[in-house]
Design a protein around this ligand. Structure first.
Ligand code: ACO
Length: 333
């Protein structure tokens, strides 16, 4: 039986910092309000000529190097993004694949907003367990600054840019395997968080098209309530179904949307503060990149050790949600 092992992680954050004080000069807000309501102090912003694919490439190089594989062994690449280099085509995954020189491998994007990385993980697991692929490169990369309305204080304070990547490989050792992944969605709540313009769903006269923006719009408070409820329910279920106690989880890695959401879920699971991974303060919400960037944070700071169990938990536009029980299983040297 082929199992899927989470072998390595990498991430990249652009150097430009946008602080709460910077935002207070752009919209009617303050460092105090943003810190109290979200826990965010600053976020990173990509350069004008730095695309989602460029950030994805930097994160992916690290993940491949740390996996111990030669890049020629990667046989599929999936990119989770809602801010692709180009809407429609080509996919950001194909651009990243070519920039990395991965050859003519399977490459595609998926759109599941902030749950994107958990969705890619479930796809990689299925491909590997079925024997169709052996080493899958996953990327969550976002240039959210390109779809953020910097005149809307309800959203612009939340989002930032960055990328994370992971390599998932086949193993016959069940001890190393990803234990379980849940994914779900409910389009009934689509209007809570959406980019209403720019697609075939936005009414416009095809012959008199105006330039449309893909800015995100969000009903923040309603989204907040659904997020807490959904994230909590999802992790309780995945733990119960796999007969795992919350205390057995070494690292709870939630989507980094809002410190208050993360705290509410952590409290519901009775998690200790040191189990909860937090990067929201320095990166804000980087959507599909947020979970792999957070895993990379504990990896690079030496907190993530071989074999330790991670519980991933994500929620985002769609609405979509997902959770995963993932031991960190680098190749033994
Ligand atoms: N600065 C100052 N005041 C503000 C700001 C701001 N940046 N934004 C809103 N306010 C005001 C509002 O106008 C409102 O004023 P009023 O009481 O006079 O009407 C007041 O603050 C309260 O507004 P709420 O929207 O109720 O504030 P809330 O506490 O809910 O915080 C926030 C807003 C931070 C957006 C929060 O709702 C949130 O984090 N929501 C969830 C986001 C999320 O998880 N999204 C899903 C993932 S993202 C993805 O998938 C891409």
């Amino acid at each position: 039986m082929a199992y899927a092992a989470f072998r390595s992680i990498g991430a990249y954050a652009p150097s430009k910092v946008l602080s709460n004080d910077d935002l207070a000069k752009m919209v009617d807000t303050s460092d105090e309000w943003i810190t109290k309501r979200t826990g965010i102090k600053e976020r990173r912003i990509a350069a004008n000529d730095e695309f989602t694919s460029d950030m994805g490439v930097k994160a992916a190089r690290l993940a491949i190097e740390r996996s111990g594989l030669d890049k020629s062994q990667i046989d599929m690449i999936i990119c989770a993004t809602i801010s692709p280099d180009y809407f429609c085509m080509p996919s950001t995954a194909t651009i990243i694949s070519t920039k990395l020189g991965l050859g003519n491998i399977t490459a595609f994007d998926i759109s599941a907003a902030c749950t994107g990385f958990v969705y890619t993980l479930s796809i990689a697991k299925a491909f590997i367990e079925s024997g169709m692929k052996k080493n899958v490169l996953l990327i969550g990369a976002e240039k959210l600054s390109s779809i953020t309305d910097y005149s809307d204080r309800g959203t612009c304070i939340l989002f930032g840019d960055g990328a994370g990547a992971a390599v998932i490989s086949t193993t016959d050792n069940k001890e190393e395997a990803i234990i379980d992944i849940h994914t779900g969605s409910d389009g009934e709540f689509a209007d809570l968080l959406m980019s209403p313009n720019g697609g075939s769903g936005s009414a416009h006269d095809a012959l008199e098209q105006e330039a449309t923006s893909c800015y995100m719009q969000m009903k923040g408070n309603e989204t907040f309530k659904v997020a807490v409820k959904t994230l909590t329910k999802d992790v309780i279920e995945i733990l119960k179904e796999n007969n795992i106690q919350a205390s057995d989880v070494k690292h709870f890695v939630p989507h980094q949307a809002n410190l208050r959401i993360i705290k509410a879920v952590g409290d519901a699971l009775k998690l200790d503060d040191k189990q909860v991974v937090l990067t929201v303060e320095k990166y804000g919400n980087t959507s599909g990149a947020s979970i792999p960037m957070a895993i990379n944070d504990i990896y690079e700071s030496g907190r993530l050790q071989d074999g330790e169990l991670m519980l991933l938990d994500a929620f985002g536009g769609g609405l979509t949600w997902g959770s995963a029980l993932v031991p960190f299983s680098p190749v033994k040297k």
